[in-house]
Unconditional design. Structure first.
Length: 205
């Protein structure tokens, strides 16, 4: 009779969270298998790790999917057409800044920080979901600007591409600020300043 394998000594769902935090803090390429095993705990061996997760890349993809389904949802309001365009952008900025400064996970945004990874073809394939998420957010910002111009919230002569790029750059910059220790109050004040630029482009009655 074949001997039963040893049962897992770790909670797989909790292990995903631990690995997510490690990838979020250090990035994919800087996170080693030994660090992942240590974060997961339970004395997991390399064979057990591969049996549970397949590979480091597969685990990263699971962690990325969890991040995008939870933390990254802070910018989905950009696609909410029940909100005025400017309000949608300000809400996305505010929610993102608040999330990035929370104390129960690494600072910054995993999606934004993912842009700093080395641009090798292999790594680009691994981090493709993060790249697509940045593109979606960028498109959401542009959709808000276009909607604001079409609805008369912004002037017709506004350079939509330039304004969208400025707003996208600000949002991405929050990740570096959070990682460097800038707190939410300072970010919220900066958001107010950025939205004052939006108001400078507002259509006049």
């Amino acid at each position: 009779m074949a001997q039963m394998g040893r049962p897992r000594t770790f909670d797989r769902d909790a292990a995903i969270d631990q690995a997510l935090h490690l990838f979020w803090e250090q990035g994919y390429e800087s996170t080693s298998l030994s660090q992942l095993k240590s974060a997961i705990g339970g004395g997991i061996s390399a064979p057990s790790f591969y049996a549970a997760f397949g590979s480091k890349e597969a685990l990263f993809q699971e962690c990325t999917a969890r991040y995008l389904a939870t933390y990254a949802q802070v910018t989905e309001c950009l696609w909410d057409t029940t909100l005025a365009p400017g309000a949608a952008i300000e809400q996305a900025f505010t929610q993102s800044a608040r999330m990035q400064c929370e104390r129960d996970h690494p600072k910054g945004c995993m999606v934004g920080l993912g842009a700093m990874s080395a641009p090798t073809p292999e790594l680009a394939a691994v981090t493709a979901p993060l790249t697509r998420s940045r593109a979606r957010t960028r498109a959401g910002i542009r959709a808000c600007v276009d909607r604001a111009i079409a609805s008369g919230e912004l002037r017709k002569d506004v350079d939509a591409r330039a304004l969208s790029t400025m707003l996208d750059s600000f949002l991405l910059g929050l990740s570096t600020l959070a990682r460097d220790g800038t707190g939410y109050p300072a970010m919220k004040a900066a958001i107010t300043q950025v939205m004052s630029i939006w108001q400078l482009h507002a259509a006049r009655p």
